[in-house]
Design a protein around this ligand. Structure first.
Ligand code: SF4
Length: 109
């Protein structure tokens, strides 16, 4: 069982592939739920979806929160809130471009 703490950062550890995959599977249902709740869909390209969810899982392990895989948290908890997935700009991006910045969530056709 993995604990979502900041030991990775404090001890300068890099999560293993297995740890990332384990956490990715733990968080996947809530990512799918968010899509349903917001009226979005996940990217049909499973490789992109899987790697983005793994990026979120990695950030959960390293930083303790599901920060966007395309951003680097600054360490300022208040400022970094905008990068928590689904990020601040996701709804506007999905409306304007059909998908979020990471191509995880898409507009429903
Ligand atoms: S760009 Fe997409 S994957 Fe990244 S935080 Fe925003 S909603 Fe999540």
């Amino acid at each position: 069982m993995i604990t979502f703490e900041r030991e990775y950062l404090l001890m300068n550890l890099i999560p293993t592939r297995e740890e990332i995959r384990e956490v990715a599977e733990q968080i996947r249902p809530s990512i799918e739920k968010i899509a349903v709740k917001k009226g979005w869909v996940l990217n049909e390209n499973k490789d992109v979806t899987d790697s983005t969810i793994e990026g979120l899982a990695r950030n959960k392990l390293v930083y303790g929160k599901r920060f966007c895989p395309c951003r680097r948290p600054t360490g300022d908890a208040e400022a970094d809130k905008i990068y928590l997935c689904p990020c601040r700009d996701s709804a506007a991006d999905i409306e304007a471009f059909g998908h979020c910045h990471c191509h995880l969530y898409f507009k429903k056709q």
